[in-house]
Design a protein around this ligand. Structure first.
Ligand code: 13P
Ligand code: SF4
Length: 330
């Protein structure tokens, strides 16, 4: 689900507060409002837009972001951004993807250390070694990787389109890196043989089947939605599995009275703002990388025009090809 924040030219502090009053007590609002007003002003002065991932906190998601969504939506929307500057409120691979699709624009990330355990699990040399070991087998790379790893790949995928991408190849065997669990979950859905890598998301690997069983016992009738970076056992024990956008869409369509999202904590915070009548059980885990982004460092990024994301041009050409192939299929 992509939502373009409907912010007026000069949004009033009280209008913005109304969007997040469900999550932020009134007494705490002054802590946020100064940075929010400054960011709104700086966006106009710099002709900048803020792309924010669904795991950003409500004050970022609802009060300063122009476009919010899952990794696929952020990549798609980045193609059409009409601005001089993109600030990526998310992790480094997302900012790199935005830069690949906007080589002429300035792409800023508020904290360069906002990484990802999946992106860190694999190097370009690892991918070249896989290609040597399995000649002729296509390499599908999850977007949660560096541009240098994407450059060694045939096509990218996200959790939102992985099945479609794998099926589009029309072959019995593919290499899908680096998320072992996502690959196994997609193999179970498609019947395609998938050679994978031992990368894991440090947030989603923490969920276990005992937790799912405990949730069902403690909260009768709870509907459990799991991100496909969870283990296959957890995905099987859940009621539904999908990308962060698919999870948001499920809640919008099915309106489960009592629901638990097995994913990063801000997902429930952000979705629950729209559905105050639903009961969100919150068995979540925090992503320390996503949580490096704050109003304060978004403001600082726009004030100082830092930290600019740069990709070596030779790598960028090859990595862009893999991302554009993905966008063409999905
Ligand atoms: P989505 O593409 O589903 O938003 O997932 C991104 C991510 O990093 C999940 O951990
Ligand atoms: Fe990476 Fe997991 Fe954080 Fe997503 S939640 S950015 S996959 S570490």
């Amino acid at each position: 689900m992509v939502q373009t924040a409907l912010l007026p030219a000069a949004p009033k502090s009280q209008d913005l507060y109304a969007k997040v009053s469900h999550r932020i007590p009134a007494i705490e609002w002054p802590v946020f409002s100064g940075d929010i007003e400054a960011i709104q002003r700086l966006k106009r002065e710099r002709n900048a837009v803020i792309l924010a991932h669904n795991y950003q906190t409500p004050e970022i998601y609802y009060c300063v972001a122009d476009i919010v969504g899952d990794s696929l939506a952020l990549a798609r929307e980045a193609v059409d951004v009409d601005a001089d500057v993109i600030v990526l409120a998310g992790v480094h691979f997302m900012a790199e993807t935005a830069k690949l699709l906007n080589p002429q624009k300035k792409v800023l990330i508020p904290d360069l250390a906002a990484g990802c355990s999946l992106a860190e699990s694999i190097t370009p040399e690892n991918v070249r070694e896989l290609r040597r070991r399995y000649p002729g087998v296509p390499i599908v790379t999850y977007v949660n990787t560096s541009a240098a790893v994407k450059a060694e790949s045939d096509i990218c995928c996200t959790s939102g389109n992985a099945r479609k991408i794998i099926e589009s190849l029309g072959v019995p065997r593919v290499i899908m890196i680096p998320d072992e669990y996502l690959a196994k979950n997609i193999a179970a859905e498609t019947g395609v043989e998938i050679i994978t890598w031992k990368g894991h998301c440090e947030v989603h690997e923490l969920f276990g089947t005992e937790e799912v069983a405990q949730l069902r016992e403690d909260y009768p009738g709870v509907v459990i939605l799991a991100h496909p970076e969870c283990s296959p056992e957890v995905v099987q024990a859940a009621d539904f599995s999908g990308s962060t956008a698919a999870i948001a869409n499920y809640v919008a369509k099915e309106r489960p009275e009592r629901v638990a999202l097995l994913t990063e904590c801000s997902m429930s915070d952000n979705i629950s703002v729209q559905y105050p009548e639903l009961e969100f059980i919150r068995p979540c885990n925090l992503c320390p990388h996503m949580k490096r982004i704050s109003l304060a460092n978004i403001r600082s990024a726009l004030e100082k025009m830092e930290h600019e994301v740069e990709i070596d041009p030779v790598t960028a050409v090859r990595a862009r090809r893999a991302v554009e192939r993905m966008l063409a299929v999905s």
